[in-house]
Design a protein around this ligand. Structure first.
Ligand code: NAI
Length: 466
């Protein structure tokens, strides 16, 4: 069996960075080089200020970096030296052309694949780590076979990543499962065994699942679609709770106690965000439509529609509660990341909610413990494509929750950062005009305690708001 001695990972992002740092940590006998075209990102990986925030990541990188873990922009060298190459580049939703708004944009993946073909002078195992549409391995094979140097052979594996941001390191240390898909040929199965051997350094063998290539690719889309569906289901019920006086936390607890349902992912919220759920469901919708399965497409699309409804419903609730206008009123948004313990803001519900408040001409203050001011401005201007001038006078970004809440007519919790639970709420109340409203979009605050202080508390999924 091929013994993997050198690994290259193309793409030093939220997935490539933590995943391959953990492989390096757990496999000191393997040299791992993570490469990226983005010099700034690589410089950050080589510094004390890593480009992403993830609990436990600093320690992992510190221990392995310089020993058998390296970060570089020399993509060609790392490809040439590696036995196995993870392709972990971004696969965002297409913005234009066929499938715009639904299909995955595979241009980064294809460029990386082309580069592998052009540079490789020895056999390589090429691993799709990025989330890709079903049968992408076919097109990778075509690119590799059309561009490779004489005598060089490739095996393609699918090894989707199931880590969740915010818990990436613990997910990688103890994954529920590692999934590896391969062609069921002799060399495909041998490549699969070689990669399984890498994971077996720390993952129990029964958690390493080996399946066919297409099942592996589809499983990743299916897993994200099912997870997001749980959130949309509970969020749909949260609206019913508000209308009936039921309490979504109690309902979710009662439902989740059924072992056929389970307790995880049944927390109502302002809606899901992150770079994956929406993108991957839309990708599944596109796949279903391409396969002439309109009912299937409609079914999964509803999960995304429910999420949009939830974000919109929450923003409207703020406006309605503040006597139908927030024009000129100061509103504090606590939390900008799409969930706690990450600095990632991609598709964060906070962005939609802030945009809604901007349309209503509110004055907005924003605080997040891990998101940089620069990133918040980028999000508000759609990555710099919209002008900053019209919105700048309406927004202030603060360095503490207390500062953001000062003089605010409403405080809106958008991310469930633990520190929001232990704020000095009495002091905050003392610095707010009356009536002082708190909108808990994450069901995380002690509602009774806040009410005792004097706040009017509106909790998502809880009837009888005031
Ligand atoms: P990211 O955007 O953080 O990182 C991708 C990196 O690839 C970027 O730094 C980019 O500069 C680099 N890159 C693009 N083309 C390149 C090329 N040709 N050569 C070298 N570097 C190149 O993306 P992220 O979040 O790490 O996602 C990567 C993939 O993993 C996506 O397909 C995503 O769907 C999937 N995924 C993401 C998860 C997440 O929680 N973020 C979880 C599981 C899967």
């Amino acid at each position: 069996m091929t013994q993997i001695k050198k690994i290259c990972c193309i793409g030093a992002g939220y997935v490539g960075g933590p995943t391959c740092a953990v492989i390096a940590l757990k496999c000191p006998h393997i040299q791992v080089t993570i490469v990226d075209l983005n010099q700034k990102r690589i410089d950050a990986w080589n510094s004390d200020e890593l480009p992403i925030y993830e609990p436990g990541l600093d320690e992992v990188v510190k221990e392995a970096r310089g020993r058998n873990l390296f970060f570089s922009t020399d993509v060609d060298k790392a490809i040439a030296e590696a036995d196995l190459i993870f392709v972990s580049v971004n696969t965002p939703t297409k913005k234009s052309g066929i499938g715009a708004g639904f299909a995955a944009d595979l241009k980064f993946l294809q460029l990386a694949t082309r580069r592998i073909a052009e540079v490789a002078t020895s056999p390589k195992i090429v691993v799709e780590k990025s989330t890709v549409p079903c049968r992408t391995a076919d097109s990778m094979r075509t690119i590799l076979e059309a561009n490779h140097r004489p005598g060089v052979t490739f095996d393609i594996l699918s090894n989707p990543e199931f880590l969740a941001e915010g818990t990436a390191i613990s997910d990688l240390f103890a994954p529920d499962r590692v999934l590896i898909g391969s062609l069921q040929t002799k060399s495909g199965l041998a490549a699969c065994a070689a990669l399984a051997e890498v994971y077996a350094n720390w993952v129990p063998k029964e958690r390493i699942l080996t399946v066919g290539l297409w099942s592996s690719e589809l499983s990743k889309l299916a897993a994200n679609a099912m997870l997001a569906q749980r959130i949309s289901s509970v969020n749909a019920l949260s609206a019913v709770c508000e209308a009936t006086g039921a309490n979504i936390d109690e309902v979710a607890y009662a439902v989740g106690k059924d072992t056929r349902v389970g307790a995880k992912f049944l927390k109502a919220s302002v809606g899901f965000g992150g770079s994956c759920f929406q993108k991957d469901i839309l990708n599944l919708v596109y796949l279903a439509e391409s396969l002439h399965l309109p009912e299937v497409a409609r079914y999964w699309r509803a999960v995304v529609e429910m999420n949009e409804y939830q974000k919109d419903r929450f923003s409207r609730k703020v406006v309605e509660t503040l006597f139908n206008t927030i024009t000129g009123k100061k509103i504090a948004i606590l939390g900008w990341a799409f969930k706690k313990d990450t600095g990632d803001t991609r598709e964060s519900p906070s962005i939609s909610i802030a945009n809604h408040f901007l349309e209503e001409k509110a004055r907005i203050t924003i605080y997040d413990p891990k998101v940089t001011e620069e990133q918040i401005w980028l999000d508000l201007t759609d990555e710099g494509t919209k002008s900053l001038e019209p919105i700048k006078p309406h927004i202030t970004i603060q360095k503490s929750a207390e500062e953001a809440c000062k003089d605010a007519e409403a405080i809106v919790i958008c991310t469930e950062w633990d520190e929001f639970k232990t704020l000095d709420w009495q002091k905050i109340y003392d610095n707010c005009p009356r009536p002082a409203f708190v909108f808990d979009g994450r069901l995380m605050l002690d509602r009774a305690a806040l009410q005792k202080i004097g706040f009017k508390v509106i909790t998502i999924g809880t009837g009888d708001g005031l």
